[in-house]
Every structure is written in structure tokens, then in C-alpha cells.
Write a protein that binds this ligand. Structure first.
Ligand SMILES: *Cc1c(COP(=O)(O)O)cnc(C)c1O
Length: 298
């Protein structure tokens, strides 16, 4: 896998816009999306230590949980294929007549998919009991190993200590936990939740980071555009205009909502003049393939 995913491709893009100049702010984007088309962005960092552990333990099969549009599911399927390990995906919801692009690709990479009802899906331990000799990775890669991998993201920025604010998308909070761990005490880490009301987030994050009294971080709600994976026409328009203005491709689930949130927070004077902000582009572009063709200009 090390051969296909190329971390050296990661770079920092500086956004040029009048609204940044006017507020005397600098906004950079850490482009993790460029490391690989399939395991794009943060999933590579979150999975690497689970995979390493599974290989060291000599397991034959890795199993995990996820929804029909899950970047995590496709990343596991693809990484396992490359590593020569079998993969099992427990997919939330009944099998649809038409599989999402994500699931079609996961199938192509050899993932053995099991569809379970939303109700049954909640009972992960019961599902797990039906499988023996598999290495389980939590939904979304949530866990210490995922956090430890995500600690390697922030050091990829040039002059990382110079940023006053670090902004990232939040699903399970695993990536954010790693970024908090890697941040300096003078920096504030801001997580944009892509879910409608997930009250467990801060608890889940501190469950990975420990107490960390010196660290500053917060979760911002309200930029979910209707809920997880919802992508109304306004969001698609925003993605197209963001690409045209800044040559910045974003995904429908995480990074478009995060970039939108950053823009709005800047316009609302959330950041003191002189702030230097970095947004983590955590990848996920493959999810855009679930849209009707020609929805996006990139
Ligand atoms: C999975 C994912 C996230 C969320 O990461 P968590 O560690 O679960 O919070 C953010 N961005 C993209 C593109 C993702 O695929």
C-alpha cells in the first residue's frame, strides 16, 4: 500500500480572496486529497496502524461497519485488497436495488458485504458474534490506532506552528483527536460536525485524547446542510463555485461543508484580524461519484 499512496504529494494551498484580505486573514488548505484517488485524505492515516497490527497478527480477514456512502468502507476494501487480506463490510440498511458507487467499488475490491437493518445495525456486538477469526475495525476507524495515525497529519503543513487556528471536518472525531494531540497550546482546533446533533462527539474525542488541559478545541454545529450526507442544490452550487474560484475540489459529505463553514465564520468575524487559519482537506472525493453525472464541474 505504501507504494500507491504517496504522502509526499501533500501540499498547502493558500486561498486568495478579497474577503480574506479585507479581514486581514490568511487561509491555507492542507491538500490530503491528492495522496490517492481511493484512500484519499484522512482514511489512509486513520487505517494505517490497524492494518499494520492486522498484518503483524497474521489475520486473514478485516471486518468493519459503515453506510452506503462511507469513505471508510471503500478505504478498508481497497487497502485490504492491496495488502492481500480479505475484507468484510457490515453495511447499514437493507440492500438497495441499485448499489451506490461506493458499494459497487467496494464489491469490486473483493469486500464481502452484509446488509443489516438499521435497527440490527445498532447492536454491533451481536453482529460481531456471528463472525469468528476476524480483525474488527470500528465504524469510521474510531479508536486509539486511528487517532495515532491522524497525529501524522498536522506535521505535513509547512511551518505548522505558525497557524493560530486549525479547522477540520468531524465524523467520528478520530481525525480531530489526532490533530488536537499534534497541536500546540497556542493553537485552537475547530471541528465542523457534518451530522445533525451528535451530542457524543466531545466525549468521543476526549475518550481518545485523554484530558489534555492545555489544548484548545471546540465543535461547531449547524453546517450539516440537512444532515449527514445530505447535499441540497445550494451545496452543489457552492462546490462548483469553490472550484471555479479557488481550483479547490471538495466532497459532498465533509470538505464542502467544512469550507463553507470556514467562509461563513470568516464573514461573521469569528477570527480575530491577523489570524492564520489552516483547513484540513481530508479527501473523500470518491463520494462525489454517487451524484448524477455533470452535477459538478470538476
Ligand atoms: C471519514 C472522513 C472524515 C471524518 O473523519 P473522522 O475521523 O471520522 O471524524 C472527514 N473527512 C473525510 C473526507 C472523510 O472521509
Amino acid at each position: 500500500m505504501e507504494d500507491t499512496v504517496d504522502i509526499k504529494k501533500v501540499y498547502t494551498q493558500t486561498i486568495e480572496a478579497k474577503w480574506l484580505l479585507e479581514k486581514n486573514l490568511r487561509l491555507d488548505v492542507l491538500r490530503l486529497d491528492v495522496i490517492d484517488k481511493i484512500i484519499s485524505g484522512n482514511k489512509w492515516f486513520k487505517l494505517k496502524y490497524y492494518l499494520q497490527d492486522a498484518v503483524e497478527k497474521g489475520v486473514e480477514t478485516i471486518a468493519t461497519f459503515g453506510g452506503a456512502y462511507s469513505n471508510h468502507i471503500i478505504a478498508i476494501a481497497y487497502a485490504c485488497k492491496l495488502a492481500g487480506i480479505k475484507s468484510v463490510g457490515i453495511i447499514r440498511g437493507e440492500k438497495p436495488e441499485k448499489l451506490s458507487h461506493t458499494l459497487l467499488m467496494a464489491h469490486e475490491y473483493g469486500m464481502d458485504m452484509h446488509f443489516v437493518s438499521r435497527l440490527a445495525y445498532r447492536n454491533k456486538e451481536t453482529i460481531k458474534a456471528d463472525f469468528s477469526n476476524v480483525y474488527w475495525v470500528n465504524e469510521g476507524g474510531y479508536g486509539i490506532k486511528g487517532m495515532v495515525g491522524a497525529k501524522e497529519i498536522l506535521p505535513l503543513t509547512n511551518d505548522g506552528k505558525s497557524y493560530s487556528h486549525i479547522v477540520c471536518a468531524v465524523g467520528t472525531g478520530t481525525m480531530m483527536a489526532g490533530i488536537i494531540e499534534a497541536s500546540n497550546d497556542h493553537q485552537e482546533v475547530i471541528g465542523i460536525s457534518v451530522m445533525k446533533g451528535n451530542n457524543e462527539l466531545l466525549k468521543n474525542i476526549s475518550g481518545l485524547t485523554g484530558k489534555n488541559p492545555g489544548k484548545k478545541y471546540k465543535i461547531i454545529e449547524g453546517y450539516h446542510f440537512g444532515g449527514y450526507a445530505k447535499h441540497p442544490p445550494e451545496l452543489i452550487d457552492f462546490m462548483n463555485s469553490t472550484f471555479k474560484k479557488h481550483q479547490l475540489p471538495t466532497d459532498i459529505i465533509y470538505t464542502s461543508k467544512t469550507f463553507y463553514a470556514v467562509e461563513q465564520m470568516i464573514l461573521n468575524n469569528t477570527f480575530p484580524p491577523g489570524s492564520k487559519i489552516i483547513m484540513i482537506h481530508s479527501g473523500g472525493l470518491q463520494g462525489n461519484l454517487s451524484l448524477p453525472v455533470n452535477s459538478l464541474c470538476f
